[in-house]
Structures are given as C-alpha cells and as structure tokens.
Design a protein around this ligand. Structure first.
Ligand code: DAH
Length: 355
C-alpha cells in the first residue's frame, strides 16, 4: 500500500467515527494542519524526481480534494444533527399563558371621522382640510359675517393677535372658502376637523370637532340637501327609518338656513335614534348665500348649492353612549381602553376595508 493509500484509509476510519465538531476540527488539523499528513506529502514533492513528480502531485491533489469534501459533508451532517436535537428539546408548550400584549385603541372621535368619511365618500364627497389657525377674513368676513355681526360674539372666539387678524377657527366653514378659492366648481367636499371656542361644561369643550359639508353645482337644490342628510343619518346610526325635521334658522353664510332635528326615544335608559316623540338638534345647514359665492369668485347666477355643519363629538356621544364631552380630551388611558376601538375590529358600517 502506498503512503497516500495508507493516509486515505486512516482518514476513512477516523472520519466515520467522528461525532462532534471538536473531533472534526482535530481531524482537520491532523491531516491539513502545519504538520498534517497531507501537508507533509506536499512538502515531499520538492525532493521527487521530475518523472515521479507529476503522477504523485495529481494523486495527492485528488486525495486532498476528496478529504476536504468529506470534512465539509461531515460538518454539514453534524450541524443538521445539532439543529434537530435542539428542535426536539424546544417543544412549544401550548399550555403556557400568552405574554401580555398592549396595543393602542382608536379614539372614538377618530373612529367616527373614519365612519363619516366612508359614508360620504360613497355618494361622491371627498375630504378637504384646513389649518386650525385661520384668518379673520376666512373665518368670518368671507362667510358673509361682517365686523359688527352678532354671530362673531356668539362664537366666543380665541383671537391670537391684538388686531384680531388671526384666530383659532371657530368652525370648519372657512374651509369652504379655501376650497372654492383654490378650485373651480363643481365642489363636493366634507371637512372634518378641530374647532375652538371659549366655552367649557359637560357638553362644551374649548376644543371640539366639526364636520362641514359643501356641495356646489349648477342644479343643486334643498331637495338634494335633504336627501343627502337623510342618507347620512340612516347610515351613521344604522337605522332603516329616521324622523327628520328642518326648522327655519339663521346663519350669515346660508339663505335660507335651517337647523335639523332627528327623532329619538329613550328605551331601557338608552337613547334610540330614528323614531319616537322627542327631537334632538344635530346640525345647521342651508343654501350657500350668494354673497359667499361672490367672495370666492363663483358666479351665483350659474352656481348654487348647500352647506351643512355638525358636531362630530356629539355624534360620537350619541352613537356610542358617552355622556361627558370633556372626557374625550382628558387623555385618560382607562377611559380610552373602555370607549376606544380595536384597530383590528372593523365596525359593521365601515366600508373602507370591507368593500
Ligand atoms: N358653522 C356653523 C356653526 O359652527 C355650522 C353651520 C351651519 C355650518 C350652517 C354650515 C351651515 O355650513 O350651512 O355653528
């Protein structure tokens, strides 16, 4: 048996009995280390006669490759074995309690804004927004509410400057102005957003939320306004029928103007919307005043339409049985975990995801 054949057979015996990575490493050193058996054979090459050299080198290289390959394979097999062993020990104990997992809740106001937006988007309204800090012009003047108009007092405005040019918007109506100044009719928008007035009790907070609606086109009538609000109330409160009454009212930016009441009754100490002999005021509305259209360079002889405004917080209180408006803004985590919405629970009338 030649030296190389001997090395090959010793290697075979050894590699077959290897069980661990450490044993494999020591075999690697034994054959390929500085004084390893294969290394020594390579060193021998220099002393060989040229005619023997070629044949020996070729055999030696073949053996070297074969041994390296076997070491690699063994290494792979040992790693696999180790993983399998680990997996056997790491069985999942399904009886263990799950780890506590806290995820946030959606605030009722955000939830209601989402619901409202998806209901109106179904009939062609898009969502517009405007800033909380507004000019006195957009908030009042352009909306046909001149300097000495009593409506300015009604609104208990937070002014930001002595000269009263900048204020915290008292309603979402200035977004009507911004939208119409920045585009061309027709307009069909809703505007959810924060609004501010110096006011605070169980049903009033200095910051609250409103939803504005505006639809301007060539033939938009009060009939469309009624149809639109009827559809919205039914969808929002998830009722088939709703009693609705339009009471004549006054807003500087609409003519004629109305306030809308919906019928309700109390059943088992809970409010039931739609039917009954009681009335609940829920919004103001009307046909956009020609002066407002003129102020935004829309020709009132060609275009007309309706607008409405309602309190989002109040809608949320009614729908979800919350009775103190101030609790909305106290950021009490316990309150939010009770009244908030699970982000993964899709409410029945929320069409954004399910349709
Ligand atoms: N801006 C009014 C308010 O804050 C609500 C309102 C009434 C808005 C009638 C409208 C409207 O667009 O047409 O009290």
């Amino acid at each position: 048996m030649s030296d190389l054949e001997k090395i090959n057979s010793i290697f075979k015996d050894k590699i077959n009995s290897v069980k661990t990575k450490e044993e494999l490493q020591s075999i690697k050193t034994e054959f390929f280390g500085k004084n390893g058996q294969i290394t020594l054979q390579f060193k021998k090459l220099g002393s060989l006669k040229p005619e023997e050299k070629k044949d020996f080198a070729s055999k030696l290289n073949k053996i070297k490759e074969s041994l390296s390959y076997q070491i690699e394979q063994k290494n792979f097999a040992i790693e696999n074995q180790e993983i399998n062993k680990k997996l056997q020990h790491e069985k999942i104990d399904v009886t263990l309690p799950v780890r506590p997992y806290h995820h946030g809740k959606i605030h009722p106001v955000s939830q209601v804004i989402d619901e409202i937006s998806s209901i109106f988007s179904e009939i062609g309204f898009s969502v517009a927004e405007g800033p909380d800090v507004e000019s006195e012009y957009n908030n009042f003047t352009a909306l046909n509410t001149p300097e000495e108009h009593p409506a300015r007092d009604m609104h208990d405005t937070f002014y930001l400057e002595k000269n009263k040019k900048l204020l915290l918007r008292t309603h979402t109506s200035p977004v009507q102005i911004r939208t119409m100044l920045n585009g061309k009719p027709p307009f069909k928008i809703i505007v959810p957003g924060r609004t501010y007035r110096c006011d605070s009790d169980q049903t009033h907070a200095p910051m609250f939320h409103q939803l504005e609606g505006l639809h301007i086109d060539k033939n938009v009538t009060m009939g469309h306004l009624k149809g639109c609000l009827d559809y919205f109330i039914k969808e929002f409160f998830e009722v088939k029928n709703v009693k609705m009454r339009f009471r004549p009212s006054h807003f500087p930016f609409t003519e004629p103007s109305a306030e809308v009441d919906i019928g309700y009754k109390i059943e088992n100490e809970k409010i039931v919307i739609g039917d009954g002999d009681k009335w609940l005021e829920i919004l103001g509305c009307g046909m956009v005043h020609p002066n407002v259209l003129k102020n935004v360079k829309v020709d009132p002889k060609k275009y007309q339409g309706f607008a409405f405004g309602m309190g989002i917080d109040r809608l949320a209180m009614l729908k979800y049985g919350i009775n103190d408006l101030r609790s909305f803004f106290e950021a009490d985590y316990r309150w939010l975990s009770h009244f908030g919405f699970d982000p993964l629970d899709v409410p029945t009338n929320y069409r954004g995801l399910s349709k």
